[in-house]
Design a protein around this ligand. Structure first.
Ligand code: TUI
Length: 308
């Protein structure tokens, strides 16, 4: 399964792991890399020195490339942007904003830059700014989301740019990978399925909540604040959506979710915590290793594509 993305990144399979906050730590990133995909350390809102340590730990576990995802809403984003250069990271993905201000530094250091975008306009802007590829992420995704669906966004982005496109949002098996390739993508990025991976250091309550989730068990909080976030329905989302409907202030809503992703991922509080996951959670039935996930998905896609 060779595409411009596998060539660009020097990976065996066209599979990228999402840079999930608290979830995408070095054990998961190294396991994905070792299995032939692109593993990512999610810098999210971790202190910059913790990100540096994570990069070094990943390198101890694998010789294969491990990238870093930088969440641009993080006030420390600039420091993390420099650390990836200092540590010799070869691939960076970005989320939740415009990484234009870091582009020159990364390009000069030979870092491959793959911004996650949620619109055609942002994809074109990123291509002009020198991005090596873009991830077109549909609203089916978990966490911070845009408005367009993967089915509509991916072909429109693929038509609008010449750089390779990675599809994300609602993909967790070989049918999704095959469909993404048909839509014009040259790889997929998956988050939800990897957060249930055996190597993901995620509380079992969180993994079980995702495995138990059905097709319509996610909600989007924060539409009124301009930061829509998809997570599995629980006591927190019910309270949040009720407050939002009552016109609660940004501060009140922030207060309800501050630190709650960590509480869910690390402490297993899936009642009051934030259980970010995509709409494809309903497809995921069991915990598997990263190698089983990647081999299963690519083999199924290859089989389907040969039969079509
Ligand atoms: O970034 C993500 N997913 C995330 S980030 C995150 S941490 C967080 N936690 C609570 C509240 C907010 C964030 C959890 N999940 N995915 C990539 C992504 N990027 N999705 C959508 C976008 C995006 C949106 C707007 C990219 C660019 C953009 O441009 C806006 C601009 O600056 O013009």
């Amino acid at each position: 399964m060779k595409t411009r993305i596998t060539e660009l990144l020097g990976i065996e399979y066209p599979v990228i792991q999402g840079g999930m906050a608290w979830v995408a730590e070095y054990h998961l990133a190294a396991a994905v890399a070792a299995a032939g995909g692109l593993g990512l350390i999610g810098a999210a809102s971790a202190p910059p020195e913790v990100v540096r340590e994570q990069i070094r730990e990943a390198k101890k576990l694998t010789d294969k490339p491990v990238g870093v995802n930088i969440m641009l809403l993080n006030p420390n984003a600039e420091e993390v942007a420099r650390i990836v250069v200092e540590e010799g990271v070869k691939v960076v993905t970005t989320g939740a904003g415009n990484p234009g201000r870091f582009m020159e530094m990364w390009k000069n250091a030979g870092v491959k830059v793959i911004p996650v975008v949620a619109s055609v306009a942002m994809a074109k802007m990123m291509e002009r700014a020198g991005a090596d590829a873009v991830v077109a992420e549909g609203t089916e995704s978990g966490g911070h989301i845009g408005a367009a669906t993967t089915m509509t966004l991916v072909p429109q982005v693929a038509d609008a740019v010449n750089i390779p496109v990675v599809a994300a949002g609602g993909i967790a098996d070989g049918r999704g990978l095959a469909a993404a390739l048909m839509l014009g993508a040259e790889a997929v990025q998956m988050g939800t399925v990897f957060l249930t991976a055996r190597e993901a250091v995620v509380h079992s309550n969180y993994k079980q909540k995702v495995i138990a989730a059905k097709d319509i068990d996610s909600e989007v909080t924060g539409r009124s604040t301009g930061h829509p976030v998809r997570c599995i329905r629980n006591k927190m989302t019910r309270e949040y959506l009720k407050l939002e409907q009552e016109g609660a202030s940004f501060e009140e809503l922030e207060h309800l979710t501050l630190g709650t992703l960590r509480n869910a991922v690390v402490d297993g509080d899936v009642v009051n915590g934030t259980v970010m996951a995509g709409q494809i959670a309903g497809l995921i039935k069991e915990e598997k290793s990263c190698a089983e996930i990647i081999r299963g998905i690519t083999a199924q896609a290859q089989d389907l594509l040969e039969r079509v």
